[in-house]
Design a protein around this ligand. Sequence first.
Ligand SMILES: [Zn+2]
Length: 411
Amino acid sequence: MQYVLRGRMIDGLGGAPLEDGLVAFEGNRIVYAGQAGEYEIPADAVVRHVGKGTILPGFIDAHAHLSGEEDAGSFADGKCFGDQLLGGVKQLGLLLGAGFTGIRDMSEAGLYLSRAVERGAIVGPRIVSGGKLLGVTSGHEDIGPYVTKEAYNAASHFSRLCDGPDDCMLAAREQFRAGAKFIKICATGGVSSPTDRVDDVQFAPEELRAIVEEARRHHTYVTAHCTGYEGTYQALLAGVECIEHGVMLTEREIRLMAERDVPLVPTLWISLHVADLPGLPPYAREKARTCAEYSRRTIALARQYGIRIALGTDFSNSRNTSYLKNGREFEAMVEAGMTEMESIRAGTFYAAQVLRIDDLGALKKGYLADIVVTDGNPLEDISCLADAGHIRFVSADGRVVKDLLREERVQ
Ligand SMILES: [Zn+2]
């Protein structure tokens, strides 16, 4: 039986909106997307009119951390990984309700959660997980000299410290062994880490190459957390194929990204607002202030060079980064100088490209039926994508998981 949505429609590809559009899906595929008048609705179809709302492709967060934190406590509270993992199951429901039907995850939990969703054991967005992040001793993933590297690696479900090409290769192989679909490294320092500067270069060129080559042997790629420009440049030279944050990029890095068609996942909401969040340690607040200004400059350069910008939040459902509000990233992109349409394409089609799923992220015949309806017109007010309260309808892989629209049967 077909499901039919009728009303204003934005295709995710950047095309002009259709005021009287129609999207029909059956099973997990879109069977029609276009002008309503040109489609004959089958007699037994379920039809929903979206009123003042808008039909969009399901949102995709290309940079999330499914750590289960807020729903299961942190290790500091004495909670173990199993508790956090089960907290992650609840988080997937929050993300769906907020319209997010696709996630690129960076954590160990995402490996298990992605398989459970694929098997149908739990309901959630489609998840592409890279497993643990790889970082150097004393780098962005190192919590400091309170524990030994060995103790840290044994306990962490979030990252793996690795040093020297052999250890780096092994660390990448461990992620593939656990089911990772790509590898994420930390190529520079970051805001939240205690012992580095944001512009520290992390990993030597031979270490970067070892990880990139290992990923290519597994027919996949490496993405890099990048704040400072020099570490970003070295990561790009080594063959990294996606840049996360990209806070302080200069024309040199942006030009190289354009030449190699490397996308940027800028995580702007955090970048622009983290300095004002409560409970931040002083060292992080100072680093964050510097980053906000740089981020705006990076976005201007990236737009000038035609870099594909994909939506990513860096949210982990902490107190400040609720999974009901990942859509704030759409707002932050507009705040940083992107148009509403560019931010929508970033959170749908371009993010699907970063997930490397070809038939996702657009309202187009034959594409996967991940579809969202919001209660307003995001081209006039982008805030109608910003939190779960605005989302009226969600279909994930053709399964209707939220439906607050009025039901009408065709006569
Ligand atoms: Zn992150």
